[in-house]
Design a protein around this ligand. Sequence first.
Ligand SMILES: Nc1nc2c(ncn2[C@@H]2O[C@H](COP(=O)(O)OP(=O)(O)O)[C@@H](O)[C@H]2O)c(=O)[nH]1
Ligand SMILES: [Mg+2]
Ligand SMILES: [Zn+2]
Length: 330
Amino acid sequence: MVKRKLSKQQLRNIQNNKANQLSEDLSSILSGLAISHRGKFIEVEAENGQPIFCQYRQNLGTIVAGDKVLYMPQLNSAYGIIYQVLARKNALIRPSKLSHTHKTMAANIDQLVIMIAVNPLPIEHYIDRYLVAAWHMQITPIIVLNKMDLFDNSDNKLQLKEIMTLYHTLGYICISCSALCDKNLQALKDMLSHKTSIIVGQSGVGKSETLNALFGKQIAQTGEISEQNNRGKHTTTTARLFHLDQNTNIIDSPGIREFGIWHLTETDIFNGFNEFIELDNKCQFRNCQHLENTKGCALDQAVKSGKISRQRLINYHRLIQEVKENYNQW
Ligand SMILES: Nc1nc2c(ncn2[C@@H]2O[C@H](COP(=O)(O)OP(=O)(O)O)[C@@H](O)[C@H]2O)c(=O)[nH]1
Ligand SMILES: [Mg+2]
Ligand SMILES: [Zn+2]
C-alpha cells in the first residue's frame, strides 16, 4: 500500500477530531454506586437513583457492593460500562481456600453488624472472627442477637446470656431483637442511621428477615432453616446494598459457612482481641505462645484469675492455628 503523506491541515484536523472525541467521551462519564452483582453485570446506581446494568473489564479486579465507580452509558443501549473503581476506604475480605486468593465481600463500610440468633445457637469463634476483622478494618462492630421471640422457650438461655454478657463486658455494642416480632428494631435502626453497615453472620440467623423488617417490606429473600440440622439454607448468594434512607445503607451478605481470617498476621489477630492488648509483652518470655499453664504467661494468669475468658483464649488459639496451617497458601 502506498503511504500518502498528510498535509499539515489534515494532521491538525485529525488531532482536533481526536480531542473532540475525547471531551465527548469524558462528558458522558458518570459516577455511581455498585449495588450488587447480577450475572455478568454489576448493578450500578446512578446519581439520580436509577439502576443501570454495567459491564466491566476483567482488569478492574473485583467490583463489590459499596464500590464507587465511574461508568459510561452506552449509546443506543440500556447498559453501561464501568471503566474505573474509585479508591476504597476499606473492604471486607475473606480468604478463599479454593482459589487461594482473597474474596472481597463489600467495600466502603462503617459498621459490621454481627448477627447471631437464639437458633441456630451461635458458634463463639465465629463472633471473634468478625470482631478481629472489624478491628483490622477499623470499623465499629455491633453484635445483634436475633430471634428473641424464641428465647423464653430455648434450652440455651444460659449460654446465650453468657455470650451477650461476655461481649458487653468487653465493651462491644450488643443488642437483642426479634425480626419476626418487631422487637427492639427501632434501637437497631438508630444504630445504623447515617452509616453504611454490612450484616454478617451464619446462614439462617435472620439477616434477610431483619432487613425486611427494618424496611417494612420484602426486599430480601429469606429461607427456612432445614429441620434436620438447624442450618440455614443459602438464600442470599451475593452481597447487595439497600438504602434504608438517604444517608443509611445496609448491605445484606450471603451466608458463609466459615469466615476465615487467616490472611491476617498473628499480631493482627492478637490485637483484635481487645482485652489481650494490655497484656502484650507482659509474659515472662518474649516468644510466649500463651498456651495453658505456660510459665510466666500473662494471658494464662489472666484466665486463671478470671480477668479474661477462657473461651476467648481458646478461640484465639483456634484462629492462630488456622493462620499457621494456611501460611503457605499466601
Ligand atoms: N422466630 C423467628 N424466626 C426468624 C426471625 N428472624 C428470622 N427468622 C426466620 O429464620 C429463617 C432464616 O432467616 P433469613 O433471614 O433467611 O436468614 P439469613 O440466612 O441470615 O438471611 C427464616 O425462616 C426466617 O423467617 C425471628 O426474629 N424470629
Ligand atoms: Mg439471607
Ligand atoms: Zn503468654
